[in-house]
Design a protein around this ligand. Structure first.
Ligand code: SAM
Length: 154
């Protein structure tokens, strides 16, 4: 399992419990993260090729069952800019999935609704057999953030 935008580590903790002793969790974030048992952490910017290469080295050719991305850009306060930056991270995650997911793998990603939202939904539908969308209760009503789950590569 790969957890993108993992700090402070809430999802990684749950993921480590779920995968058990035989599974593997690799977490990545721009910011430091306190060590979590059975989680391999990389500090770096997912937009940088060199950081993605480090992640690929840890994978060592193994395909991934689940990619999580809760990456959220630093908010500038300008909605168009923030939405575009958030969407770019979601798209980078999707591209990573194209190369590294198992055929029956899944991608759970936080997305920011806005002008290019429909294009992203289309890209998810082109890549996955099923695509579900959820807006968690915990996410503030007025926030444009929601989660999408794509399952099984086409
Ligand atoms: C909402 S937090 C994640 C919370 C985490 N899922 C948890 O359960 O604790 C979003 C994270 O995305 C990270 N992030 C934003 N842009 C990133 C990037 N380009 N590369 C890596 N991490 C990034 C931020 O540093 C931040 O820690």
């Amino acid at each position: 399992m790969v957890d993108l935008g993992a700090t402070p580590g809430g999802w990684s903790q749950v993921a480590a419990k779920r995968v058990g002793e035989t599974g593997k969790v690799i977490a990545l974030d721009l910011l430091e993260m306190q060590p979590i048992h059975a989680v391999d952490f990389i500090q770096g910017d997912f937009r940088e090729d060199e950081v993605v290469r480090k992640l690929e080295e840890k994978l060592a050719g193994r395909k991934i069952g689940l990619v999580l991305s809760d990456m959220a850009p630093n908010m500038s306060g300008v909605p168009l800019v923030d939405q575009a930056r958030g969407m770019y991270l979601a798209e980078l995650g999707l591209e990573f999935c194209r190369q590294h997911l198992k055929p029956d793998g899944a991608y759970l990603v936080k997305v920011f609704q806005g002008s290019d939202f429909e294009t992203f939904v289309k890209a998810m539908r082109e890549m996955f057999v099923t695509v579900a969308t959820r807006k968690p209760k915990a996410s503030r009503d007025r926030s444009a953030e929601l989660y999408m789950l794509g399952r099984t590569l086409r």
